[in-house]
Write a protein that binds this ligand. Sequence first.
Ligand SMILES: C[S@@+](CC[C@H](N)C(=O)[O-])C[C@H]1O[C@@H](n2cnc3c(N)ncnc32)[C@H](O)[C@@H]1O
Length: 320
Amino acid sequence: MKTSTRHRLLQKAAACRRTALKCRGDGDAKGAAVAYRKQGRLLKACSEAGLAAEAYRRAVALDPSDALAQCGLGQVLAAMNRHEEAKARLEQAAVLAPENPRIRFLYDSVRGGSPPRAPRHYVANLFDRYAEHFESHLAELGYSLPKAFGRRIGRLSRKTGGFCRGIDLGCGTGLIGRWIRPSVNRLDGVDLSPKMIEIAASAGVYDKLALADIHDYCRSCSIKYDLFVAADVLIYIGDLDEMFEGVKSCSRQGGVFVFSVEERGNAGYTLQPSARYAHSRRYVCSRIKKHGMRLIGGSQVRIRREKDRWAHGRLYEAAL
Ligand SMILES: C[S@@+](CC[C@H](N)C(=O)[O-])C[C@H]1O[C@@H](n2cnc3c(N)ncnc32)[C@H](O)[C@@H]1O
């Protein structure tokens, strides 16, 4: 996050705290709880987990029925690896707001639930909020996939004589697009987040951009692609059947699908306490086979730093 953005968010957080204190002075406990909750959210965005937890704790002490504050507290506790406390808070939030799919999903992430995918609104919202500092934050985390995808797809393109038309599934701000653009004549992108798409449009590397869910896009697409890319996107999709069906339905014969996953376990997929999915190698290979594709390449990759360690994953190349 840029220093100026961080400074702005911290100033806003301080203003929320002042509002909370004023509300308390006026005897308005609910108003104070809302202000502390907002302070917590801003501090969380600045990766100040400890301070955010403190603000959220104040909010829930003043209004224990505030599901969003309970949820925010659960999220920062999970980020601090305090899983039992996080689970209790998120359970409480899920009881208070049983119809809220985002809260249900976050609760599943700490209790070992396995919903098939992250809710669309949750993803769109998460990345709309993140869009402005997405690229600078990923640079700080040593995000390695743009270069890795660029190299792979460059090599595949030289081998096959070049790709005609590619689609970047979950294109985000266009980080991957910039690296793969030289390998494909025409490049489209699709993403759920309006703010990410807006930045991707300004990158000027895509011929066409669509604001849509990947599955819906592929299902209703009349274009035939010979290159599909999904970089750091399947961390929001557990069950990969629909994804492979979609890719297959709009692929030319011989089309290539290059994608990454976080890797974990020996079977199936796991929703991790980070609220991101990891897929076992066995599961991914079985899906590739099930959907009539061939594995043509792949290797382990260090995706990005996560606290004090690397998030490990695997890059796959599959062909129809
Ligand atoms: C971690 S970012 C990666 C962005 C880009 N691929 C990159 O590597 O820089 C994940 C992106 O996938 C998008 N996304 C996640 N699930 C999606 C879905 N089901 N349909 C469309 N976009 C999705 C998010 O909105 C977000 O922009």
